[in-house]
Ligand binder design. Structure first.
Ligand code: TRP
Length: 365
């Protein structure tokens, strides 16, 4: 990446942090002013990095009463994965994780739906593609990085155009708050560009109100959670993750194998002792102590004690979620119903937006 581009990204990141803080304050006062749109690719079930990084926050927002759409991006998964045999299975596993963690579409203002079931959202893709240029699409730093890290030599056009698809996801339901990590900011930028260009091109006739909002990022202040190997992001494909669905025994075994270091005196030192620091951080997320307090508690008990403390804290923290997950898993019809009801509600929203879009584009007959 060029230095200039890097500086640009950092500048827009800082601006996004400031905006994000303001939104967070206002959310508590005016939850209904917003619509949150978030989503995941169905690549498997979620791990504790997802839980502490984003899922807990989604549950918090839903409990605050903020209208929330959670999409399962079953088309987007085709951009960097050849395998498609488990998409439906993964979609259901994701839904189980959401519900077990405390998302409840029957009690909260939340809609969970698979992308491919909402044609109205996907239909926006055609007009939106005419509002961006090839050059803009191929400049996207996150897309470039994904191509590189997946080692793709033959890049399909879906990869270059998925940020536009993401704009459709956000704008079809007029989502205005998008809880994301830093890597998704370029996609939000292109979404705002598309919204503005649409509003300017198609809504500037007298009497035609602009229809699309300018969605903003809600940056999470959750810390980055490394895998059990300590120095890279937790991820199922790297084999360094603890799944929410793991049993207590599986959790204990995984933690036993986690990397630590030789120093028996446990201290919180993320720079020099990243592996130990990550385990301390995980304990602190479960017990609400600070990582330093956890370290003091363990003192010179060494890595073994730290691992026992983490195993116990994590299993205790996740026990209600896991119990609920097992109960829900026994009722596949219920999971199906949640997804189909969600798709129906999402379609109703999409139909309305598409009506407005056709009217603005002079296509109504
Ligand atoms: N790109 C997101 C991911 O890989 C998933 C996603 C699809 C998304 N559409 C979105 C996220 C719209 C936020 C908004 O996890």
């Amino acid at each position: 990446m060029t230095e200039e581009l890097n500086a640009d990204i950092n500048k827009s990141y800082e601006a996004a942090v400031v905006r994000s803080k303001k939104i967070e304050e206002d959310l508590l006062k005016n939850p209904k002013k917003y619509r949150v749109l978030t989503g995941d690719r169905p690549t498997g079930s979620l791990h504790i990095g997802h839980y502490f990084g984003s899922l807990q926050n989604r549950v918090r927002l839903a409990n605050l009463g903020v209208p929330t759409m959670i999409l399962i991006a079953d088309y987007q998964v085709l951009t960097d994965h050849d395998a498609f045999d488990k998409i439906s299975q993964n979609t259901k596993q994701l839904t189980l994780d959401y519900l077990a963690a405390g998302i409840n579409p029957e009690k909260q203002d939340v809609i969970i739906y698979p992308h491919s079931y909402v044609p109205e959202c996907n239909q926006l893709m055609i007009p939106f593609l005419t509002l961006v240029s090839n050059a803009e699409l191929s400049r996207n730093p996150t897309v470039k990085e994904e191509i590189q890290s997946a080692g793709l030599t033959n890049v399909n056009a879906g990869m270059y155009t998925y940020p536009v698809h993401q704009a459709c996801d956000i704008l079809f339901c007029k989502g205005n708050i998008i809880p994301v990590g830093k890597d998704q900011l370029p996609h939000l930028e292109i979404t705002r560009v598309i919204a503005n260009r649409f509003n300017k091109k198609f809504c500037s006739d007298i009497g035609k109100e602009p229809i699309f909002p300018e969605p903003q990022a809600l940056l999470s202040n959750a810390p980055m959670i490394s895998g059990l190997d300590g120095n890279q992001k937790m991820s199922k494909s790297r084999g360094n993750a603890i799944l929410l669905s793991a049993t207590e025994d599986e959790t204990a075994k995984l933690i036993k194998k986690a990397k630590t270091d030789q120093d028996r005196n446990i201290t919180y030192d993320p720079v020099n002792r990243p592996e130990v620091a990550n385990l301390l951080l995980l304990v602190s997320l479960c017990t609400r102590e600070t990582p330093q307090e956890v370290a003091e508690r363990i003192g010179d008990g060494g890595g073994g004690t730290l691992k026992n403390v983490l195993t116990e804290a994590l299993n205790e923290k996740l026990r209600p979620l896991r119990r609920e997950r097992i109960k829900l898993e026994a009722d596949p019809e219920y999971i199906r119903k949640i997804l189909l009801d969600g798709a129906k509600k999402a379609r109703e929203i999409g139909i309305k937006t598409l009506e407005e879009v056709r009217e603005r584009m002079n296509m109504k007959i």
